[in-house]
Design a protein around this ligand. Structure first.
Ligand code: ADP
Ligand code: ADP
Length: 225
């Protein structure tokens, strides 16, 4: 079906094996948290799925086709980064519309799409502001809207909450979960917070030393203290 499948996926950087032959099926429409210690290969896995990093071996299959050689914008995936990476000189609305602009979508259409997404993340009222005029939580909402504007099947989130203060982090958790349920798309969320994973995930995938150590429903996955 529309599941995302990693098949014998390998990533090497010179002599370093960052991802060592992993296999996994991410069920369509599920919220998956990818957990594990620093350096275990989480970001490399995410970047390969997004197309920001090439695959050394193996394949990435979405909706039945191998997307591993496609450019990022053609994969049906989108990525949201830890530092949000908003363009400082563009308004909130233009930040959200940016990828549509790059695709040559006309202005009325991309503004309409941007406005809808801003509505979804409750940021319509700040559409004309610049990123520097927003709080951390607001920038995060904009980054989410920007990632979602291309209508991805899979949203990849690399430690999306780590820059927020503890209070906001809890609030944004609920927000992410609501969005994922509402959109019905697959979220793959890298974190090293176990409590975060338990609060959010339908499935938890634990990586260690470049391999998947265990995977399963959140309640079944044993985690080291
Ligand atoms: P994690 O996200 O779990 O912290 P990474 O995927 O970032 O793990 O890193 C996995 C391994 O690959 C680490 O040993 C890291 O040093 C190495 N690595 C990651 N990115 C690069 C890179 N661009 N060049 C060389 N080595 C890298
Ligand atoms: P509007 O804000 O009226 O919708 P556009 O969507 O055409 O106008 O452009 C929005 C902003 O994006 C403008 O400030 C423009 O300079 C900037 N912009 C357009 N294309 C690029 C690009 N390739 N790289 C960086 N900025 C761009």
């Amino acid at each position: 079906g529309q599941d995302l499948e990693l098949v014998h996926l390998v990533k090497r950087y010179g002599d370093t094996v960052a991802v060592n032959d992993i296999n996994h099926v991410f069920l369509n429409g599920s919220y998956v948290c990818l957990l594990g210690p620093s350096g275990c290969g989480k970001s490399s896995t995410l970047r390969m799925i997004a197309g920001h990093e090439s695959v050394s071996e193996g394949s990435i299959v979405l909706d039945g086709s191998d997307i591993s050689a496609l450019p990022p914008a053609q994969r049906g995936t989108a990525m949201m980064f830890q530092n949000y990476a908003l363009f400082p000189h563009l308004s909130v609305r233009d930040n959200v519309a940016f990828s549509l602009h790059m695709k040559g979508v006309d202005k009325p259409t991309r503004h309409k799409a941007a406005n809808e997404l801003l509505e979804l993340v409750d940021m319509s009222h700040l559409a004309d502001r610049l990123p520097a005029q927003l709080s951390g939580g607001q920038q995060q909402r904009v980054a989410l809207a920007r990632a979602l504007v291309t209508k991805p099947r899979v949203l990849l989130l690399d430690e999306p909450l780590s820059a927020l203060d503890p209070f906001l982090r809890i609030r944004m958790r609920a927000e992410l979960k609501r969005l994922q349920r509402e959109l019905g798309i697959t979220f793959i969320h890298v974190t090293h917070g176990q409590d975060e994973a338990l609060a959010l995930a339908d499935e938890i995938v634990v990586m260690n030393n470049a391999v998947i150590e265990q995977a399963g429903p959140a309640r079944d996955v044993w985690m080291a203290p």
